[in-house]
Design a protein around this ligand. Structure first.
Ligand code: DX5
Ligand code: ZN
Length: 218
């Protein structure tokens, strides 16, 4: 079974002091940092690109997992840039390209774990046809931090778990905090992305520990 993890999402961090903010959650035990990339097309906001991942990689050193969530159209065009910048996992959206299989292969060829994400309204059938190294079930509509967890998500998480089997890490993303984390883990999630619940708090290290405790992270 995959390790259970809470992955702080830097979307809610203070970008003017990103290194220090990330240090706080790493000191509290985080080993996987979730990096949200948005292009202003697939989702309305624009966030960050490979240069930030490169700086983060330099800052955190080689042992921290930088897991990049690409909310961008035609993600296959950007895989190489994020991989050379230091990503260890790259997740694309099923809705963002007609070439999902090609993109997943490109991610693996670049030396990263290949992840596939689906928006809340997207059927899960694609997971019957492609093998992934990690699966992401969006539990809010992608684009913004701080949104409420979609209540029907646990049912979808359960169905996704059944499709990918017990060994593939299942990540959930959106509205995850102390209250919703247990619902996600009970439904079969392994990796819980938490943005606002961690970096929206006055003390991100303490907030990370609270969410990790609620999620039963060892
Ligand atoms: C939303 C992003 C999330 C975001 C989650 O589109 O993919 O990773 O940071 O934020 P919270 O945890 O605040 O819902
Ligand atoms: Zn994300």
């Amino acid at each position: 079974m995959p390790d259970r993890l809470v992955a702080p999402s830097i979307l809610s961090a203070d970008f003017a002091r990103l290194g220090a903010h990330v240090d706080e959650v790493i000191a509290a035990g985080a080993t996987l940092i979730h990096v949200d990339v948005m292009d202003g097309h697939f989702v309305p906001p624009i966030t960050l690109g490979p240069v930030i991942v490169e700086s983060l990689r330099r800052h955190v050193g080689p042992d921290i997992d930088l897991d990049v969530h690409l909310m961008i159209e035609r993600p296959e065009r950007s895989v190489a840039a994020f991989a050379s910048a230091g990503a260890t996992g790259i997740t694309i959206h099923a809705e963002a390209t007609p070439h999902v299989l090609y993109a997943l292969d490109a991610i693996r060829e670049a030396g990263c774990r290949a992840g596939l994400a689906v928006c809340p309204a997207t059927p899960l059938g694609i997971f019957e046809d492609v093998a992934v190294d990690q699966a992401l079930c969006m539990t809010v509509n992608p684009g913004w931090g701080g949104q409420p967890f979609i209540p029907s998500s646990p049912d979808k998480i359960r169905r996704l778990r059944a499709l990918i089997g017990p060994d593939v890490p299942l990540m959930v993303d959106g509205g995850v905090g102390v209250k919703t984390a247990p619902q996600c883990t009970e439904a079969g999630a392994d990796w819980l992305v938490a943005g606002n619940a961690v970096f929206g708090a006055d003390d991100p290290g303490a907030a990370y520990r609270e969410v990790a405790a609620a999620a039963g992270v060892a």
